[in-house]
Design a binder for this molecule. Sequence first.
Ligand code: ADP
Ligand code: MG
Length: 281
Amino acid sequence: MQEPILEALDVFYRYPDGTGALTGATLTIERGQKVAILGPNGAGKSTLFLHFNGLLRPEKGQIRFHGEVLRYDRSSLWQLRQRVGIVFQDPDIQLFSASVRQEISFGPLNLGLKPPETQRRVEAAMAATGVSSLADRPTHFLSHGQKKRVAIADVLAMEPEVLIADEPTAGLDPAGARHIMDLLTEINGRGTTVVISTHDVDLAYTWADVAFVMAGGQVIAGGKPEEVFEQDELLVKAELGKPWLLEVHQALLRGGCSGSRSDRPRRRKELLEMILAMTGR
Ligand SMILES: Nc1ncnc2c1ncn2[C@@H]1O[C@H](COP(=O)(O)OP(=O)(O)O)[C@@H](O)[C@H]1O
Ligand SMILES: [Mg+2]
């Protein structure tokens, strides 16, 4: 049994204008996982993320970190935000310092870390995200993809246990999106739990260890991607397509190719190998 790191338990949240954004959202994220949260616009993904580091507080229900219900006093929130970091969807909201190095230094300095430790963290975060060569550039002149990297470096420099990225590939070209997802995989490989939201079913299917589906302010499904994405009714309800790998696999089986429903390919390479084996080459 894995260890829960972040949990939402029957969380309700209404924005001041009366919009009910979460209407009983429940899910458990385990330590060390790569988690993708899917769902149409307005499903409540971003609102749930803002609950995970205490920026929003449930009207009803609970958020737990390491099994403990969040506390909302200043010092508890300050500690929580060192351990659960959020990369916002729009880097222009997140980035505000003059240069890339200053931007990434802000968090560690704010924690009261000594200059050498701050510098170590900043250099490490820039190296990990591939922005070292941009260190002295003003953040507002960077490309969207570069800003995304700096926004991730910002959070990495805090050395959080959980990194949450809201639609990390939105607005990026396919190569840019691939680089960001590879980066998030690397970060996860070093022991950080990584949670993303996305509309991209292909990306979530291949990348995630666990996929959750949200609709109407609730989490309506969760589990291994190959199991979640096989539920056609669920996908319709959440306005999600089927990952192309699964679609092709199912078509092959329907077309009479030998093989089993249970060995679903998670990667392009696995599907190609399967096709070669099915056709006896
Ligand atoms: N600041 C806000 N004020 C009022 N309503 C909001 C605000 N932010 C989001 N909402 C509404 O809350 C619901 C959930 O939104 P959100 O969490 O952003 O969903 P998602 O990230 O899945 O697209 C939507 O109906 C959205 O319009
Ligand atoms: Mg959102």
